[in-house]
Design a protein around this ligand. Structure first.
Ligand SMILES: [Mg+2]
Length: 358
């Protein structure tokens, strides 16, 4: 089998509340990998808020796709390395790795389709399903709205819920967490996410006050570029730190692990380097007994999550558009199973392509 073409396109997908109060839309960069045997692999990545989508598409089209033409798509590892080695003048963080991720996802899809097996079976399953955490609690929401949203997730059987911190009046964050903890009770695991908002001193001030609420994790405290500062927060607080959504490849995660920056790692399949790279990152972390909990695109990361020994949780974001997929993944009794269809098993619905194509 040979790759004959890579066709790219983009989808502009509006967000529902509460995400729409931060980001009006997300954009998908889609790469359809065509072969001489008629099989097609669907690769894609997603840009939260949409910024950078044109750049990802341009890099994918001009630098990466030409590397794949004429190659055997079943040599997924070889092709990943070829894409990674394409430009020695660009460090593999950010935009180039989003583009590599999209194509790697398409290649794994092709591999699975060619063998008539879902990706999770090719990876060697460790579990049938993984617990889901509900995610939302945006700063634009009142406490009442947050509690209502959390109760929706608890109704789906979830036992974990994540809310944002980062309001400028510092003690307001503490009061909101206190109120949500009180409303949900002690049986619910509560997670907070700072989205890189404050400096170390502010985290020590707020984080120490949050310790009494028995939080499950405290996510992405400082700028993702400053791993040493994340490690400083991790050493100072009793709450376990989670980070990694803005980190790339096994090398980035090696640095997080070596510097003891977090006790939960959040590699995201659509930007850390794709399916194969998420597997490598997960196995590296397993050697340190560090749990993995990816963000966003759960329909893809679930394939890896059921295939690693150190899977913790899969994120499901409040307000995710459900009409995007022909067959969406579902949360059943708080758990998610991987699609049981050849490849990664996902395809955009005809309606979504019609409505959201740019
Ligand atoms: Mg986050």
């Amino acid at each position: 089998m040979k790759i004959t073409a890579v066709h790219t396109s983009m989808l502009r997908v509006p967000n529902n509340p509460p995400v729409s109060t931060y980001y009006r839309e997300n954009r998908y960069v889609v790469a359809r990998i065509q072969t001489d045997e008629g099989l097609e692999g669907l690769g894609y990545t997603m840009l939260v808020g949409g910024a950078g989508a044109e750049a990802v598409r341009a890099y994918l089209e001009t630098s990466l796709a030409p590397q794949l033409i004429g190659e055997n798509p079943l040599h997924v590892g070889l092709l990943w390395q070829k894409m990674y080695d394409t430009d020695r003048g660009i460090r593999k963080k950010g935009i180039p790795v989003y583009a590599i991720s999209a194509l790697d996802i398409g290649l794994w899809d092709l591999l699975g389709k060619s063998m008539d097996r879902p990706v999770w079976q090719l990876l060697g399953a460790c579990a049938e399903k993984i617990p889901v955490y509900g995610s939302g609690g945006f700063l634009s929401y009142s406490v009442d709205q947050i509690v209502k949203e959390a109760e929706g997730f608890l109704g789906l059987g979830c036992r974990h819920y994540k809310m944002k911190i980062g309001l400028p009046r510092l003690m307001e964050n503490v009061e909101r967490v206190r109120a949500v903890r009180k409303a949900l009770g002690d049986d619910v695991e509560l997670l907070v996410d700072a989205n890189q908002r404050w400096d170390v001193a502010t985290h020590l001030k707020v984080g120490r006050r949050l310790e009494e609420f028995d939080l499950f994790w405290y996510e992405e405290p400082v700028l993702a570029d400053n791993i040493a500062q994340c490690a400083e927060v991790a050493r100072a607080l009793r709450i376990p730190i989670a980070t990694g959504e803005n980190e790339y490849t096994r090398y980035g995660f090696r640095d997080l692990i070596e510097q003891k920056a977090a006790r939960y790692l959040n590699p995201d399949i659509h930007r850390c380097g794709g399916i194969g790279e998420l597997v490598k990152i997960s196995h590296l972390a397993a050697a340190y007994d560090l749990p993995i909990a990816p963000h966003l695109v759960p329909e893809l990361s679930i394939h890896v999550m059921v295939s690693i020994p150190n899977a913790a949780l899969v994120e499901v974001l409040a307000g995710s558009p459900s009409e995007l997929w022909r067959e969406p993944v579902e949360v059943v009794r708080g758990m998610m199973a991987a699609p049981n269809r050849p490849g990664h098993g996902m395809e955009f619905s005809a309606d979504a392509i019609k409505r959201y194509a740019e």
